[in-house]
Design a protein around this ligand. Sequence first.
Ligand code: A2P
Length: 318
Amino acid sequence: MAAKVPKVKFNNGNEIPIFGLGTWKSKPGEVEQAVKDAIDIGYRHIDCAHVYQNEQEVGKALKAKFSEGGVKREDLFITTKLWNTYHRPDLVEKNLKISLADLGLEYVDLYLIHWPMAYKEDADIFPRDSEGNIVFSDVDYVDTWKALEKLVEKGLAKSIGLSNFNKKQIERVLAVAKIQPANLQVECHPYLNQSKLIDFARSKGITVTAYSPLGSPDRPWAKPDDPQLLDDPKLLQIAKKYNKTSAQVLLRYQVDRGIIVIPKSVTKSRIQQNFEIFDFSLSKEDIEKLNAFDCNGRLVPMTAALGHKHHPFENDEY
Ligand code: A2P
C-alpha cells in the first residue's frame, strides 16, 4: 500500500515520501495511537521535532510497529528538528541525541534547523525574562549549520536542511555550506502559497516541505473569527467537483506542485482520509484558482521572537 506514495529525490540522492504525518500539536496521549494508525494505513514518513514535546510517545509507536515486524526502520522516513536553545555548535549533537533517544532511533533521515533564531542556551525550551519575553542568543545559524554537517559525517542524520528560513538566510547558509541543504520546510497553503520561495529553493536544488497545509485550525493562537481555510467556499466548490473533501484538495494541491506535505491529525478517520489523495489530480486551472487565494495569510508568524535579529519574517523580501 505504501508503494503508491511517490518519492521526491534530494540533491544527495536520498529520497523522501512526498506525503507524511505531521505531529506538531499532537498531544502526548494521542500521538502514539495516531502514529500507529498512520503506519497501518500506509504512511511511511513521520515529521517530528524536539519542541513538540511528544517524541517519546512517537518513539513508543515506532517501537511497537517495529516489534510487530510489519515495518522496518529502513522503510520509514523520520524527520526531526534542532530547537532554538541548542543552536550553539557544541550543543547541536546533544539535541539530536535527545531526539534519537526519545524516538528510539539510531539515526534520523532528515534533521532541520527548526528556526533561524537562537534562544538562550541551557535553559527552558522557551527561556523567558522576568517580563515574560523570550531571551535570545546571538549564535549565528551559519555556525549552527556547520555543526549539522558533522552529524551527517557521523551517520546520525542522513540528510540535513532548514525550516522557516527566508531567502537571504538560505543564501547565507549556501555561502558556507560544505553539505548543501536538502530540504526547506515552511508554512505553505493557498493563503500563503510561497511560490517565490519555492522557485528560489528549487533553483538551488533544495526540495520544499509544506507545513500547516490545512491551515492549522488547531493552532493555539487562532481566534474565532479568523478565516478557516478548510471552509473556504471557493475551495469547497473545487472539492465538490472532484468528489473529494477540502482537506484532500489542499493536500493534492501540494503533491501536484511537487511539494512534500505533512498534514497533522490524531483522528483515525482523517489520517485515512488524508492518505486518499493518490487516485486523482487537480487540473492546471484548478491549481491556478488555488494559487489565486494567496493573501500573505501567514498563520505561524512567530510573534514571540519578534525583534530577534534573525527573525525570518521581519524586513524580508520572501
Ligand atoms: P485532528 O488532529 O483533531 O484530526 P495542519 O496539518 O494544517 O496543521 O492541520 C491540522 C488540523 O487539521 C488539526 O486540527 C486536525 O484535526 C485537522 N485535520 C486534519 N485532517 C483533517 C481533515 N481531513 N478534515 C478536517 N480537519 C482535519
